[in-house]
Design a protein around this ligand. Structure first.
Ligand SMILES: NC(=O)c1ccc[n+]([C@@H]2O[C@H](COP(=O)([O-])OP(=O)(O)OC[C@H]3O[C@@H](n4cnc5c(N)ncnc54)[C@H](O)[C@@H]3O)[C@@H](O)[C@H]2O)c1
Length: 385
């Protein structure tokens, strides 16, 4: 594999790929030769390119991991697809639905594996919940709700490409972490969101930039700084309607002190409720109305067969964010080993179709808010439409 965009999340891509044991990390490409060389030394990768086109042209690279800032997802991924390479893109797939659809269609036409790292799908108990709902063990779903809250942008001195619409996209918090929550909500419930009503806020409208590209989650706040007006949202609440008539709601925010990576998803069926908290990811809460509630541990002897392949340790041995990320990468390479043929894609694996869908959801939320807080349909074009 070759990786383009060696920043915060890239290290976890490299780590996950190395854990597979049969994939070589051949090269990385950075924004300059100097930064690529530095990162190549840090990751212990032999080849470093200062231009991503050179990495894509490297004949030893068969799979491209795209972990660049959002605005580069389109050109980098299109170039990789044009070269016939399999692509694993980090989320969001693109900054708007038009670009997302272009990438989905290009990937399908290229007949290669195309994966978006909606990595929370890789958690065993997420798959447990999904399986229980799909098998009807919760009864018909009536309500899907939760939140994804963080605090790393609470300090106005935190400024990165994420707050710059020319690099991060028009949306910030919704595209960055709302995309994860909505993907998980649809994946676990098995239901598509059809319309949304969004209320969007920029709690910190002026941030202080140190110039250059500050790495994500960096809270380094020293040095000379320039004020920058920020319009992208850092807080949002959204009402949801799903295709079966069930309802939902969620909030996202990145300026909420004390919330680190606080993703919670609850799905209420008519007989059983299920709740999964990312920060306590080794437990699944199972709610009943006519018997005591239960907490299921991530234990290979307890989970159902479809979730078992994502469990790697006995009960009580905590598995984590990186393990779930690796589960997704393992499925991605299983698909790549089969040439990316659609009929053999592992069920859990999110594709560019899911990535494009996510851009449509965020777009509907932005439209809803811009229209003064009114319901908007999700406009998504199925493949081939
Ligand atoms: N799946 C997840 O949970 C998760 C977590 C964090 C970030 N992400 C996504 O991953 C992507 C990167 O985010 P990040 O937080 O790692 O950002 P980051 O700013 O830490 O890293 C981006 C890297 O890309 C490099 N880059 C910029 N221009 C480049 C170019 N022309 N060629 C090659 N490299 C270039 C930057 O120098 C930097 O090293 C974003 O799309 C983000 O949404 C996903």
């Amino acid at each position: 594999m070759g990786l383009i965009g060696p920043g915060f999340v890239a290290a976890h891509h490299v780590d996950a790929v190395r854990r597979l044991g049969d994939v070589d990390v051949v090269a990385i490409a950075g924004s300059s030769q100097q930064s690529a060389d530095r990162k190549a030394r840090e990751y212990k990768v032999e080849r470093a390119y200062g231009d991503y086109h050179a990495l894509i042209a490297d004949p030893d690279v068969q799979v491209i991991h795209n972990t660049t800032p959002n605005y580069l997802h389109l050109p980098v991924t299109l170039a990789a697809l044009a070269a016939g390479k399999h692509v694993i893109s980090d989320k969001p797939l693109a900054v708007n639905p038009a670009e997302g659809r272009t990438l989905r269609d290009a990937a399908m036409a290229a007949k290669v594996a195309h994966v978006v790292t909606f990595n929370y799908r890789g958690n065993p108990l997420v798959q447990q919940a999904r399986g229980m709902i799909a098998r009807g063990e919760s009864g018909a779903v009536s309500f899907v709700h939760g939140h994804y809250l963080q605090d790393w942008m609470s300090d106005p001195n935190v400024y990165s490409w994420r707050s710059d619409p020319s690099k991060g996209g028009t949306s910030s918090a919704l595209g960055d972490i709302g995309s994860h929550w909505c993907d998980l909500a649809e994946h676990v419930s098995g239901l598509k969101i059809t319309s949304v009503l969004a209320d969007i806020t920029t709690v910190i409208p002026v941030r202080y930039s140190a110039g250059g590209s500050a790495e994500a989650f960096s809270t380094k706040t020293t040095g000379e700084r320039e004020p920058v007006t920020v319009e992208a949202e850092d807080l949002a609440s959204v009402l949801l309607r799903f295709e079966n008539g069930s309802k939902g709601c969620f909030s996202v925010g990145q300026v909420l002190p004390g919330h680190k990576n606080d993703l919670v998803l609850e799905v209420n069926g008519l007989t059983t409720s299920l709740k999964w908290k990312q920060e306590q990811q080794n437990e699944l809460w199972i709610g009943h109305s006519k018997q005591p509630n239960a907490v299921m541990a991530k234990d290979p002897s307890l989970v159902s067969p479809d979730a078992l392949r994502y469990v790697h340790l006995p009960g009580g041995h905590q598995e984590s964010w990186a393990d779930a990320f690796c589960n997704l990468i393992r499925d991605a390479y299983a698909w790549i080993a089969e040439g990316g043929a659609p009929e053999v894609k592992p069920t859990m694996l999110p594709t560019f179709n899911d990535g494009y869908r996510s851009t449509c959801l965020v777009d509907a939320m932005l439209r809803s808010h811009a229209a003064g807080g009114v319901w908007q349909q999700v406009e998504f074009a199925a493949a081939g439409e």
